[in-house]
Design a protein around this ligand. Structure first.
Ligand code: SAM
Length: 295
């Protein structure tokens, strides 16, 4: 390494050198608590993340970037704010010259993602869902800061109040765990909500889905009517799930023509585990899509 530092860069000093104050309207809340910053790489190392090429989305003034350079072989950051990207190029000139850091100036929702081995980021909360579902299908481990409520919904188990579309969709790709709640005071300026660090470990689901896009649309559709029984939720949301005939799969299940227990139709989405959603989506596609076997 060309930049052999004994101590990581001080987050407050980085803010002063960059001459910025976080702008909440641009999703800018910089992590200034050294203890939280130090623990982030630890959470990745203890889970044996492959740190050969770490992606960081929204590096801001580089406090986390600096910690990541301490554990990773190579880091790529994507920052939408042009001034911050220019500051990072100056502040980390040595690391860039050594080929260890690449600064991409652009929107993480638009730019091509590099071939990363892990993603560790304090995400811009306004687009955390979109970014997460760009990352998870890549099948790489992630350690991400979210709004606490979002984090809890991602990790929720079936039957709990937080369980919903987000839990089923995220857990389709990975094991999801909340590793640490983070108070508002850890950031400058403090956000309005509490935060939490979430670790995702990719794995194949223990069920099969034939059409992943349809499965995810079906889950989304049914959870828009989470207070209704599945019978009604499936029937009422064909316009969201894309079913051509939303009554047909319900009838098939009720008549015992499928492997599913007809009683499932009387349950609500919050009580349905992911593997049952997978079975439901398969039946829904088979009986309710025009191209389906029985459609
Ligand atoms: C919550 S701050 C985190 C900053 C830094 N990682 C830290 O922890 O101090 C989010 C950062 O993401 C940037 N950002 C916001 N929207 C973005 C987007 N769509 N793509 C890339 N960066 C974005 C903001 O400019 C800001 O620097």
């Amino acid at each position: 390494m060309t930049d052999a530092r004994d101590a990581p860069r001080n987050p407050d000093a980085l803010l002063r050198r960059a001459g910025v104050r976080g702008n909440p309207d641009r999703d800018q809340h910089f992590l200034v608590d050294d203890r939280v910053l130090d623990r982030l790489p630890d959470y990745a190392e203890e889970a044996d993340f492959d740190l050969s090429h770490v992606l960081e989305i929204g590096p801001g003034t580089g406090a986390l970037t600096d910690r990541l350079l301490g554990v990773a072989d190579e880091v790529t950051v994507i920052e939408r704010d042009r001034d911050l990207a220019a500051f990072l190029r100056e502040e980390f000139a040595d690391e860039i010259a050594a080929g260890r850091l690449t600064v991409v100036s652009g929107d993480a929702l638009d730019v091509e993602l590099p071939d990363f081995t892990a993603c560790i980021s304090n995400l811009p909360y306004g687009v955390s869902s979109e970014i997460t579902f760009r990352l998870l299908p890549r099948g790489k481990p992630t350690l991400l800061m979210f709004q606490k409520e979002f984090a809890e919904r991602m990790a929720a188990d079936v039957g709990t109040d937080d369980y919903g579309r987000l839990s089923v969709s995220a857990q389709h790709y990975a094991d999801v765990e909340v590793v640490e709640p983070v108070p508002k005071e850890a950031f400058s300026p403090p956000p309005e909500v509490e935060s939490a660090i979430v670790r995702t470990t990719p794995r194949a689901p223990d069920y099969e889905v034939e059409d992943e896009a349809f499965f995810l649309r079906f889950v989304k559709a049914v959870f828009t009517q989470r207070r209704k029984t599945l019978r009604n939720a499936i029937r009422n949301t064909g316009h969201i799930s894309g079913l051509d005939d939303a009554d047909a799969p319900v009838a098939a299940i009720a008549e015992g023509k499928t492997e599913l227990d007809p009683d499932v139709l009387g349950k609500r989405a919050g009580k349905i585990p992911p593997e049952t959603f997978a079975a439901l989506a398969t039946v829904a596609a088979e009986y309710g899509l025009d191209g389906g076997e029985n459609g």
